[in-house]
Design a protein around this ligand. Structure first.
Ligand code: GRF
Length: 215
């Protein structure tokens, strides 16, 4: 029995591509919603034969109206889990209440460090030795939801911001599919007040998974 996953994206969609290319079973990608006309994520979805829906937030009078439209499309595709793969909007009540504790986000830093825009640039400017990426559940804040899994990436001597971004992105492409699969396998639980993955994603993960999630 597959678990239907909807992906929201705004940009180049390399994380979407990683999901398309990964072995996600029992997760099944059922649709891609993109809010930016012409975004590469849309053509990636179409090339993969996935239903691709453009819902331009600029065409709606409010965030609520935009999200109502997104929820309607996700529901039409029978979506059970939502994955934000480079979706550049903070979520509001319609999406949060339609999919409570069922929305995953990938962020290019080791949260809670460097939330918000240009996390890689923030990390580079701060001169950290280690950065990485985080998959977390979405809440009403900006990159504040419960952390599920992380992969660490060193900032090497002489790294430019873009080089750091490139190496973080490579780990995003491994971490996100692994967590999506874990979600579909029913391995994401609230235990003793903390969200965790029951067992770390089997493969496709960089060295570091949230220690809370490790066996
Ligand atoms: C990724 O770095 C992701 O972590 C962040 O936005 C970027 C999206 O990249 N939220 P892509 O569209 O998946 O290529």
């Amino acid at each position: 029995m597959s678990v239907r996953v909807g992906v929201l994206a705004s940009g180049s969609g390399t994380n979407l591509q990683a999901l398309i290319d990964a072995e996600l079973s029992p997760a099944e990608l059922s649709c891609v919603v993109c809010n930016v006309p012409g975004a590469k994520a849309l053509s990636r979805a179409e090339a993969a034969g996935l239903p691709a829906e453009l819902i331009d937030h600029k065409a709606y009078p409010s965030r609520t109206a935009f999200e109502d439209a997104v929820v309607a499309r996700l529901r039409a595709h029978g979506v059970e889990w939502v994955v934000l793969a480079g979706f550049m909007r903070i979520l509001g009540a319609p999406l949060l209440s339609a999919f409570p504790d069922r929305i995953l986000n990938i962020h290019p830093s080791l949260l809670p460090a460097f939330p918000g825009l240009d996390a890689q640039g923030q990390a580079h400017a701060a001169g950290v030795c280690i950065s990485g990426c985080t998959v977390h559940l979405i809440d009403a804040g900006c990159d504040t939801g419960p952390i599920l899994a992380q992969a660490a990436v060193p900032r090497l001597p002489g790294d430019s911001r873009d080089e750091l971004q490139r190496r973080i992105l490579a780990q995003e492409h491994r971490l996100l599919p692994a967590v999506v699969r874990a979600a579909a396998e029913g391995r994401i639980h609230l235990l003793d007040g903390r969200w965790r993955i029951e067992a770390p994603p089997a493969e496709g993960c960089a060295a570091l998974i949230n220690p809370e999630a490790a066996p």
